[in-house]
Design a protein around this ligand. Structure first.
Ligand SMILES: Cc1cc2nc3c(=O)[nH]c(=O)nc-3n(C[C@H](O)[C@H](O)[C@H](O)COP(=O)(O)O)c2cc1C
Length: 190
């Protein structure tokens, strides 16, 4: 698939068919992640591939706990209607974990390390584009309490859970979200 087609056609998918995803396909997606750029080429990412239903249920329960807290805290009504069922129905969830120590020079700056997060984000986009080109849908999920979800997944306290990427064959066509015209967001300094 042409890169521009993949970029434009990829959509966040929140409904999956129960078909399992083949191991070779998961490996291809992880390979795409590993080719992302990173500060000093430190490759600050690690991955956990989750297919176990008990663990998916644990992730789902933790997401619901966070959702309930967020609804109470924010008062944002849309949170009540936001369903996270895809955490149990997605055949695969890939947890993306970042290492703040592999951040490049910004780890010495005030405000702390962020380079590792940017690199993990680049890896995630590669994963989503690769998944799309292989006929899969994916969702970049971050609506969780990092510490509690990290503990539920047994992630070392010195590392950061960046996102959970749910993958699988899409059930239906995900809604296309519009984009603003990029010209209105661009300044040319010549
Ligand atoms: C950093 C980041 C965090 C996101 N977190 C969530 C999330 O927690 N739950 C969710 O349903 N979608 C999440 N999304 C997906 C966005 O909602 C989605 O990309 C956006 O609405 C545009 O839709 P599209 O991906 O179909 O183009 C996230 C996307 C990014 C880049």
């Amino acid at each position: 698939m042409d890169i521009f087609t993949a970029i434009k056609e990829r959509r966040s998918c929140r409904k999956f068919l129960p078909e399992p995803v083949a191991e070779e396909v998961i490996e291809k997606i992880l390979e795409a992640a590993a080719w992302a750029p990173s500060p000093l080429n430190l490759q600050p990412w690690e991955f956990i591939v989750i297919t176990n239903l008990d663990l998916k249920n644990k992730i789902h329960a933790e997401a619901i706990r966070c959702k309930t807290w967020a609804l109470e805290k924010s008062g944002w009504n849309w949170i009540g209607g936001y369903k996270v069922d895809f955490l149990t129905s997605a055949p695969v969830i890939i947890a993306v974990i970042g290492d703040p120590k592999k951040s490049g020079v910004d780890m010495f700056m005030e405000g702390g390390a962020t380079g590792y997060q940017h690199a993990c984000a680049a890896a995630i986009q590669n994963m989503l584009l690769a998944a799309h080109s292989l006929g899969l849908g994916g969702i970049w999920f971050t609506f969780f309490d990092r510490e509690a979800m990290g503990k539920a997944l047994g992630i070392h306290a010195e590392k950061t859970l960046i996102a959970l990427i749910c993958l699988g064959r899409p059930d239906g066509e995900p809604t296309a979200m519009p984009r603003k015209d990029v010209k209105g967001k661009t300044t040319y300094l010549t």
